[in-house]
Design a binder for this molecule. Structure first.
Ligand SMILES: Nc1nc2c(c(=O)[nH]1)N[C@H]1C(S)=C(S)[C@@H](COP(=O)(O)O)O[C@H]1N2
Ligand SMILES: [Mo]
Length: 219
């Protein structure tokens, strides 16, 4: 028996998710048209909100919280939660799609648009990629044009309530048009870069692009 049952459980979960990538689990080989179809191929609807992560849910103190923005920017930022929210908040409704095949419609979010942050930091023209870093050691990456969308938010409320620790509170990223592994929970740092750097799941066989409509689950 391993010494740490939590670590053993975590390793098993990670191994299973890596196997999904290898086996292409959930793939239907079809495309959908987001203008016509609401549910991406191979997805089913759920009413609850499942919890998925590496098995460690960091307890991030809301008063000590700082968001770091750096890399290819004119101004590095280090924002407390009030300072982040003071940049300007918005309400947004969007669907979530998880690679494990569940989707959830009509989620009500409140937070700061990624575009507001891009402006505040003065992201430079040679920035092409974004790497999100989280308090549990998780990372994920996307192109700047995927992050620089009106529905991409740094969210702190879901359905009018603070986002719970389980779901990445006090602040997580939400990228509703990509599979949910791109939406980093407990985000602590947003790094802009000229070159791509693959994140946790992207280095373990998950798609770099992650478009649910094209069913880009694995690479
Ligand atoms: N920090 C962090 N963010 C993360 C993850 C993680 O392990 N750590 N898992 C990703 C994955 S694989 C999924 S499916 C979603 C799940 O978000 P939820 O637990 O709020 O449903 O979070 C994503 N963001
Ligand atoms: Mo996931």
């Amino acid at each position: 028996m391993p010494d740490d049952p939590d670590a053993a459980k975590r390793d098993k979960l990670l191994a299973r998710k890596a196997e999904w990538a290898e086996a292409g689990r959930g793939l239907t080989g079809t495309h959908a048209d987001p203008a016509r179809d609401r549910l991406p191929p191979g997805q089913h609807l759920t009413r609850d909100w499942p919890v998925l992560d590496l098995g460690e849910q960091p307890d991030v103190d809301v008063h000590a919280y700082r968001l770091h923005v750096d890399g290819t920017v004119e101004r590095r930022l280090e924002l407390s939660l009030p300072a982040l929210l003071a940049l300007g908040q918005t309400d947004s409704v969007s669907d979530m799609h998880c690679v494990t095949t569940w989707s959830r419609y009509d989620n009500h979010w409140r937070g700061v648009p990624a575009r507001t942050l891009i402006e505040a930091a003065g992201v430079l023209p040679d920035a092409r990629h974004v790497i999100l870093h989280s308090h549990d050691g998780y990372t994920t990456n996307m192109r700047l044009d995927q992050f620089d969308q009106p529905d991409v938010l740094l969210v702190h409320e879901w359905e009018g309530q603070p986002i719970t620790r389980q779901h990445g509170g006090p602040v997580r990223v939400l990228v509703p048009r990509l599979y949910l592994w791109k939406s980093a929970k407990w985000v602590r740092r947003i790094q802009f870069a000229p070159a791509d750097h693959k994140g946790f799941w992207e280095t373990r066989g998950y798609s770099n692009n992650a478009d649910p409509w094209a069913e880009e689950r694995y690479s």
